[in-house]
Design a protein around this ligand. Sequence first.
Ligand code: ATP
Ligand code: MG
Length: 720
Amino acid sequence: MNLSGLNRMQKKAVETTEGPLLIIAGAGSGKTKVLTSRIAYLIDDCKVAPYNILAITFTNKAAKEMKERVDLAVGENAGKVWVSTFHSTCVRILRRYIDRIGYDNNFTIYDTEDQKSVIKEICKRFNIDTKMLKERSIMSAISKAKDELQAPADYELSVGGDYNGRRIAQVYREYQKQLRLNNALDFDDIIFKTVELFEKDDEVLNYYQEKFQYIMVDEYQDTNTSQFKLISLLADKYRNLCVVGDDDQSIYKFRGANITNILSFETTFDGAKVIKLEQNYRSTQTILNVANAVIKNNRGRKDKALWTENGEGDLVNFAQYDSGFTEAEGVVSMIAEKVRDGWDYNDIAILYRTNAQSRALEEKLLMRNIPYRIYGGVSFYQRKEIKDLLAYLKTIDNANDGQAVKRIINIPKRGIGDTTINNIQEYADNNEITFWDALTEIDSIDSIKRGAGKVKPFVDLIEKFRERLDDISLHELIEEILEETRYIDSLLEKEEREEVDARKDNINELISKIVSYEQTCKEEEVEPTLSGFLEEVALIADIDNLDESEKQVMLMTLHSAKGLEFPIVFMTGMEDGLFPSYMTITSDDPTEIEEERRLCYVGITRAKKELYLSAAKMRMIRGETQSCKVSRFIKEIPEEYLNIENNCTGYSNNKNISYGGDEDYSSGNKTNFRAVGKSILSAYGSGKTKEYESKRVPIGKSYSSSYGGNAYKSSYSSSA
Ligand code: ATP
Ligand code: MG
C-alpha cells in the first residue's frame, strides 16, 4: 500500500492500527480518506483478512463511495469488508441470530404506518384519549427511549410520577409485547435489539468480536447512545476501534446524536490515542477563513482553525436579492455563466436549509434547461403533498384526469376502498364515460352498495369547491381545501411531526406559488384562472424534462450535504428565521443556535473553489411577503473575505444590506413574526416600495412553523 499521497499525520493515523484511536479533525482534512486508506493498509500491509474489518458510515451513499474506493485500492477482496451503515450492519446480524432473543429470524420491519396502527389499537384498549396524549408523541417518546437503550421498565423508572409519562410507559410495554407477537421490529429496534442480543448472548457477541477485529466509524460525532453502546460492545475484546469525526460538524442532536461520545472518547477508551489532522485539502484558504470565522462563535468547542496550502482563492460572494424569486433567478444565471466558463453542471451544488426552498430553484433551472438532481429527496412537484393538492385542483378544475380524481378520492381517508374504485372504473369503461362522470351516477352502479354513501360526500365536496371559485381567489381556494379536508391533520395521524412540518413547508410554498401566479396575472392584466395556473404548473412539473445524464447540478438540504464536496457551492436563503431557523432563534436554549451554526459550517466547508452565499430581502411564505434580515451567520464573516456584489440589479453593497423587518425574534413571541400585518412589499425591480395589508393567518390553527426546520427527514421520506 503506497501511502505517499498522505501527509505525516494522516500516515500516522493509517499506521496506528492497534488500540483505540480517535481522529478528530476539521472538515476536508482527509478523515474519510484516512479511513479508506486504513482499510487498504490493513489488508495489504498488515495481512488482516478483509472479513475481519467493519467500517460504519452514516449514509448508504457514503458506504457505496467507500466501497468503491476500497475496491480501487485492494481489488477483489474488498467485497468481504463490511462497509455499511449502522442499520444495515445490525439487520444483517439480526437476520442471523435474533432467534436467540426470542424472535424469528425472518422478522418483519415495521414502518411508521404499521407502528402507528399498533399504537392506536393499544391506546384504544387502554382508554387513552389520543386527543390529549397524541399517538405521535407516544411514538416519538418510545423512539427516544430506544435510542437511549431504555427498555419499558427503564423508561418507567425514568418518568417517575409524571402522569403522561406513566401512560406512555404502559403503552410502550404493551407495544413491545405486540411487536414480539407479530415477530416484528420497528426501525429503532434494529440497533436496540442488536445491543440486547450482544448483552444477553455471550456466544454471539464473542463471534462478532472475533469477526470484527478492526472497526472503523466515520462521522462519529453524530452517533447516539445506542450506536455508541453497540460499537463499545463489539470493540471490547480486540479494542481496535478507530473513530473519525469533527465535533464542529455535529448536526443531528435533535435525533439523539450525543456529542459527548466524541468529546469523551479518550476517557471512555483507556489508552486511546488521539490524532488531529489540521491541514485541509478541500477548500481555498478564503473559504476556510469564512468557515473559521463563523464557527468560532460557538462556545464549548475544541478550538481549532482550518488551514490549507491550496492558496487564497477567490473572495466568497455574498448577494442580497430583492426576493426569493430573484435570488433563484440570480443563482441560476450564475450557474449558466459558470458552465459557459467551462465548469460542468456536476461541479455545482445548491444547498438550502429546508426542502421547500427547492421549488423556486427548480423552476428557474427547468426554464433554463439546466439539468439538476435533488439529492436525498424528491423534486418539489413530485412530493406527495404537492401531488395530492394539485390532484384536488385538477379535479375541481375539470375532472377529466381520472388519475387525479382517483388519487384523492380517498385522501384523506373516506372509507372508499380499492374494490369500490375498481367497480366505478369498470362502470366508466363499460359506459364510455369518465371516472368522474361515473362518480356522479354512483346510484346507477349496481356493484356499489355501501360505497355509494361514501362517494356522494366526496362529489358534493368537489362541487362545492367549484361553486366557491366564483367568489374566492385561487389561494383562498387552496386554504379552503386544506381546511375542509383537514389534510394536515390526516398527515399527522400517519407521520412524525418533523416529517409533517417539512410537508407543511412545501404546502406553504405551493400557496406562495399560487399567490405569485395571481400577482403576475394582475400585472399582466389577465384574469387568474385555475386552468391557467394548472397549465403553468404542468409546464414545470413535467419531470421528464430531466436529463438523465450524469452531469447535473446537485440540489440538497444542508443536512444531506454532510461528507460531500463540490468545486462550486451556492448556499441560499441566508436569512435569520430561515437559517438559522425561526425555531432556534426563538428558543430559550442557546445551544440550538449553535447546532444551526455547525450546520452553516458544514455548508461552507463543502466548497472546494468557489462559494456563493445569498439572501433575499423579502420572501414569500405561505403567500405572504415578509421582510427578512440577513442571517447572523453572514454578519459573523469579516468583510475582508467577502465580495459583496453591488454592480448588478438585485444586489446591494454592504452599507445597504437591508437588516429589514422590525420583528423582535428575541421576544420569543411567535405571533410577532407571523402577523407582520402590514408587510412592505418592494415592487420587484422598480425600487419603489408600497405598503399593503397582508392577510393574517390565525396562529392557533395555522402553520406557524413554516420555517420549522427538520426538513432533513423529508429529504428521504417525502416520497410521492
Ligand atoms: P468531512 O469532514 O467534510 O467529511 P473529511 O475530513 O472526511 O471531510 P475527505 O473527504 O476525506 O475529508 O477529504 C477531503 C478532500 O481532500 C478529498 O477530496 C480528498 O481526496 C482530499 N485529500 C485528503 N487528504 C489528501 C492528501 N494528503 N493529499 C491530497 N488530497 C487529499
Ligand atoms: Mg468525511
